[in-house]
Ligand binder design. Structure first.
Ligand code: ADP
Ligand code: MG
Length: 352
């Protein structure tokens, strides 16, 4: 049985046609992997949306379905073994899962770009970065080699790579990790997309470089008024860049909130656990909290709330009933826009 999560993130229908729709909206998305050992339910009814100029951070431990959701949006899921048995992926109101191949290719190739964690494996080691950046313009816009190279230099300057003119002919391995990630960002920007999906874009970098790359991404996003989906397992990197957060666990969204509210008052014990495990400067030397146990095996997701075996607050109902993602409100019942929790005990968690 599929439980349709009543999401706090589903927007009210807007007036007008598809032009008026959200930039991207994922509705009740399910993804499963049919493997020899059984069916791994990686995504189990995800709803989220992002508008132009907005940053959605998707947060959760490794294995929670963040990347698989992004791969479904980009159309780069391994199918088989992957399968999308249910759901919609709406780009400006049109479902990419049912549109013609040609329409879909146009959107995925030009309107949505993706940045991955590992630039070294995304870039071709035997071609100069200038050639690879220029290729976008040669292939998609029919520019000459010389024009494409000029564009490549322009892009490298945009992402603040020092001495771009001199470095345009260098190869990926000649750049530092941070610079390579800037090249990935340049690549993503080349065709002026509406939406960027960045999957752990700074995870491989050290902390100072992380912040620089994140700042750059944010700056460019604002300048071009793009939507940004920022996937991360690290709550520490999203506070300053995200507008809203969707927390994922075992293929479901368990909490949604505007970013600062999530930090101040989480409404799900899992989010609370993630927050408590961020190192803090004022707690130097103290042992860091860690959520006990591990995320579930997706071949055998626990009954009820998938988080229940690890949850300090779990009661009987948590082992039998899957909590729907419901709107979260103030104690006096007043609305908290954009907030939702999939916890039977969200009231105790946020107000207790
Ligand atoms: N190609 C694949 N084949 C089989 N299972 C997969 C495949 N890709 C992902 N999965 C399953 O989906 C789960 C979620 O993966 P993923 O979305 O990459 O997690 P994360 O939240 O860390 O990005 C994985 O733990 C794995 O069980
Ligand atoms: Mg991932």
């Amino acid at each position: 049985m599929t439980i349709m999560d009543k999401t706090a993130d589903i927007p009210a229908p807007r007036a007008g046609g598809p032009d008026d729709a959200r930039l991207l909206e994922v509705r009740d998305l399910h993804v499963e992997f049919h493997t020899r050992d059984g069916v791994a339910k990686a995504v189990n009814g995800v709803n989220y949306s992002v508008d132009s100029g907005e940053t959605l951070a998707v947060l959760g431990e490794s294995g929670s379905g963040k990347s698989v959701t992004a791969q479904a949006i980009m159309g780069i899921l391994d199918m088989p073994p992957g399968k999308i048995p249910q759901g919609q992926i709406l780009y400006r109101g049109q479902d990419m899962l049912t549109m013609s191949n040609e329409e879909r290719r146009k959107i995925r190739g030009q309107k949505i770009a993706m940045i991955f964690q590992d630039a070294l494996s995304s870039l071709n080691p035997v071609l100069s970065v200038g050639y690879q950046l220029g290729e976008m313009f040669r292939v998609h816009q029919g520019l000459s080699k010389k024009q494409a190279k000029a564009k490549a230099i322009e892009l490298m300057e945009r992402v603040k790579i020092p001495a771009a003119k001199q470095r345009v002919s260098d190869y990926p391995h000649q750049f530092s990790g941070g610079m390579r990630q800037r090249i990935m960002i340049a690549m993503a920007l080349a065709l002026e997309p509406d939406l960027i999906i960045a999957d752990e874009p700074t995870t491989a970098l050290d902390v100072t470089v992380q912040a620089q790359v994140m700042d750059l991404l944010k700056e460019l996003q604002t300048e071009f008024n793009m939507g940004l989906i920022l996937i991360t397992h690290d709550l520490g990197v999203v506070a300053d860049v995200a507008d809203k957060i969707a927390v994922m666990y075992a293929g479901r969204i368990v909490e949604t909130a505007p970013v600062h509210e999530l930090y101040k008052r989480p409404a799900h014990p899992y989010t609370r656990g993630l927050l408590d495990s961020i190192p803090r400067l004022d707690q130097k030397g103290q042992e860091l909290y860690a959520i006990k146990g591990l995320p579930p095996n997706l071949l055998k997701i626990p009954s009820g709330c998938a988080f229940n075996p690890r949850c300090p607050k779990a009661e009987d109902i948590c082992r039998t009933e899957i909590p729907a993602l419901v709107p979260v409100s103030e104690q006096d019942g007043s609305e908290l826009p954009g907030r939702g929790s999939a916890c039977h005990f969200w009231k105790e968690t946020i107000h207790g």
